[in-house]
Design a protein around this ligand. Structure first.
Ligand code: ARG
Length: 561
């Protein structure tokens, strides 16, 4: 809902067709101060056309505007300022939300076209890092937003399950590994082996050659190598699944890098057929100087393939199998060059659909201002962080609402919600300093605060015995900030889709929650008054939008907390 359209409908005839409707839409502004109205139309550009002063033009336009939706229309300093009829607008907005319920804000712009979203994509045999958490929650939310926007998302977990590091891991396991230990705590043990390998390789660099040789054996299908690799992969996936389950996230495909092992020969052939493959110091590359990029490495000296080769194969596979119109990669910004090269190679290969592909980068998680590194073994285990958040939520419930029936379920929803929201409220490209304390905060600008506001609305509806029906006009002037927030929800979703940025929704939810809590403090909603039903219907519309907004972030909205 947005009344811009009504304003345009008034302005267009008033301007005698001098401007197109589209141009008018772009010119309408939101005034800085409340006393300047709800929308403003600047007349400065028109001054040249009409050869009159902007304010004279504004005055002439004011004369011609006549719509019940505007309470007041005035010309000030070259602007046409309009004031919405708040009572009218309020009841229209509430009616609209109650009519559409969770469909409110839905836009059918994707027309069911497929959008593949490559996200999470952790590396096996390593702990699930905080950086992968970012990709996971952003990608998951983008899939939900894309769906709301009318697209059919395909969620792809491009597991990092191939590459020289697995050769190294095999060497480490064969030298120092212990089957029982790996079975007990796979990720921990495999990480220990990986770290040990790097320590030892600093003293004995030949170990690196051995690692490469084992990866080559793996690529060639050597039975021992494949057996160990498969085992590492399965154990890792079991651990990752626990995290996805806690977060409530599923994938349509787990085809990781290894899946493309037998599909790369064809890709290399295709590149060669197009005469794009060149030798460079024994390796094969695609020159990208025309794109002002460094060459993209396709195969190494020893014939083994690379991360980029596998991504090329994956892109072709996805195009063929999913027929996407858009293809997103939610991966940290340190891989920007990789994706630029990937898209450039596809372009050179003559695939126009590369234009529908986009890298959706995000900032890093820093520890004391530096990137967290797995190599040195300094990592925070996500599963432990999630468990701790849930435990904290449990304690909170026992303190505040010991009689709550669904304690466990709610503790889970709130603990996990805190972690998800803590991430998504940040502008996607900002780096985040890791702080467990911050992640586990439930007050202030947090997920639990929004969830709590939703539960408060639900409780008001229960206590007020709210029944949907003949709503009355809301007369409380304190309700206006809530109304403007509700009104903006569809635009917020649109922006979050267009900018691939869920933080817009997170910030919106904080604003709506604050507006609602202010209203709650100022107005006695449950008092027996003529306004009770109108107030409760406002509460209900807030509840609907909070719940839907939380859902789009991948969070639950408990009815009681
Ligand atoms: N496994 C990679 C990493 O952890 C991310 C993969 C992203 N997806 C892709 N198609 N390259 O850095």
């Amino acid at each position: 809902m947005n009344f811009k359209h009504d304003f345009v409908e008034c302005l267009y005839p008033a301007l005698n067709g001098q401007l197109e409707q589209k141009q008018i839409v772009k010119m309408i502004e939101k005034p800085k101060f409340e006393q300047q109205g709800d929308m403003a139309f600047p007349c400065f550009e028109l001054a040249k056309i009409y050869r009159r002063s902007p304010n004279d033009i504004a005055l002439a336009i004011v004369e011609k505007i006549n719509s019940p939706i505007f309470e007041k229309v005035e010309a000030v300093g070259g602007y046409v300022n309009v004031f919405l009829n708040r009572k009218d607008v309020s009841s229209k907005v509430v009616k609209e939300v109650l009519l559409q319920k969770e469909q409110y804000g839905k836009l059918d712009l994707g027309k069911n076209e497929v959008i593949t979203i490559d996200f999470s994509s952790p590396n096996i045999a390593k702990p699930f890092s905080m950086g992968h958490l970012r990709s996971t929650v952003i990608g998951h939310s983008l899939a939900l937003i894309a769906e709301k926007y009318g697209y059919s998302p395909i969620r792809i977990n491009h597991l990092g399950d191939w590459g020289t590091q697995f050769g190294k891991l095999i060497v480490a396991y064969k030298m120092w590994g212990d089957e029982k230990k790996v079975k007990e705590a796979p990720i921990k043990e495999l990480l220990t082996l990986y770290v040990k390998f790097h320590e030892e390789a600093e003293k004995t660099p030949e170990l690196n050659d051995e690692g490469r040789a084992w990866f080559k054996r793996l690529e060639n299908g050597d039975e021992e190598a494949r057996h160990l690799w498969k085992w590492f992969r399965e154990e890792s996936l079991k651990e990752f699944s626990k995290i996805y389950e806690l977060l409530g996230i599923h994938f349509d495909s787990y085809h990781g890098e290894a899946f493309y092992n037998d599909k790369m020969e064809l890709v290399v052939q295709m590149i060669e057929d197009r005469r794009l493959l060149e030798e460079s110091q024994g390796a094969m590359v695609v020159q990208l100087s025309t794109e002002e990029l460094p060459p993209c490495l396709i195969t190494k000296k020893d014939g083994t393939t690379l991360y980029a080769t596998r991504d090329l194969a994956a892109a072709l596979y996805r195009k063929e199998n999913y027929r996407f119109t858009k293809s997103l990669y939610v991966v940290g910004h340190e891989q920007s060059l990789h994706f630029k090269q990937l898209f450039a190679v596809l372009k050179k290969m003559g695939f126009p659909w590369y234009e529908g592909m986009a890298h959706v980068p995000f900032g890093m998680i820093l520890k004391d201002g530096k990137k967290m590194s797995t190599r040195k073994g300094k990592v925070v285990l996500l599963e432990e962080v999630l468990e701790e958040a849930i435990q904290l939520a449990r304690k909170d419930i026992l303190k505040k609402n010991p009689n709550l029936v669904a304690k466990e379920e709610v503790a889970h929803q709130v603990g996990v919600g805190a972690i998800i929201f803590h991430d998504l409220k940040n502008f996607r490209l900002n780096d985040i300093e890791f702080s467990l304390e911050d992640m586990l905060r439930f007050e202030g600008e947090t997920g639990p605060y929004v969830q709590y506001t939703h539960a408060r609305a639900a409780s008001l509806l229960r206590k007020g015995n709210y029944q949907e029906g003949k709503e009355r006009m809301i007369e409380d002037k304190e309700a206006w900030p809530i109304i403007t927030a509700l009104m903006s929800f569809p635009d917020v979703i649109k922006r979050s889709y267009e900018q691939y940025d869920p933080s817009q929704i997170a910030k919106f939810l904080l604003d709506l929650s604050k507006a609602f809590n202010k209203y709650y403090a100022a107005v006695r909603i449950l008092d027996n008054s003529e306004q009770k039903l109108a107030r409760l219907s406002l509460v209900y519309s807030v509840k609907i939008v909070l719940k839907e907004g939380l859902r789009l972030l991948g969070m639950a909205a408990p009815e009681e907390m």
